[in-house]
Ligand binder design. Structure first.
Ligand code: TYD
Length: 137
């Protein structure tokens, strides 16, 4: 299973660091929505879903967290620890976010507006969905 992690180029100088993300250049899709998680309570795991269409890039812009990605056949845990790392999460990827450090801020760039109908929240339904996609690409 391939994990796609982007290393964004910081514009650093003696004042500090700045990262700029442009659609089509740094981000492989048009960004329709941005959301972020912060003040995540200790020990919380969130996510537990996949999507029918939505693509996302996750950036832990402060602190750190871990993401479990599962494509229906295997799963991998990815650590996000630097504000210049972006994890690409394809639609048909079950995801769980956990191990948030205190004060972690997880920023998400999303390819679609919020649509509850795009969510697959049941793991067995997710498995059927990926099997159907594989047999009917
Ligand atoms: P939820 O889907 O529970 O987040 P997680 O990815 O951790 O499972 O979302 C929490 C709440 O926020 C829920 O009421 C839906 C709402 N929400 C929006 O209104 N817009 C959004 O873009 C997102 C991601 C969530």
């Amino acid at each position: 299973m391939q994990v796609v992690k982007y290393m964004f180029q910081p514009h650093g100088d003696d004042r500090g660091q700045l990262i700029a993300l442009e659609e089509g250049k740094d981000i492989p899709f048009a960004v329709r929505r941005i959301y972020y998680m912060y003040e995540t309570a200790d020990g919380v795991t969130r996510g537990y879903h996949a999507h029918k269409h939505l693509q996302q890039i996750l950036v832990c812009i402060h602190g750190s967290c871990k993401i479990r990605l599962d494509n229906g056949q295997e799963s991998k845990v990815v650590s996000l620890e630097k504000p210049y790392e972006g994890l690409y999460v394809a639609n048909t990827m079950w995801r769980e976010m956990f191990d948030f450090s205190p004060e972690a801020v997880l920023l998400v760039l999303a390819s679609e507006f919020y649509d509850e109908n795009d969510y697959i929240r049941d793991y067995d339904e997710f498995l059927s969905f990926v099997r159907k996609e594989a047999s009917n690409p």
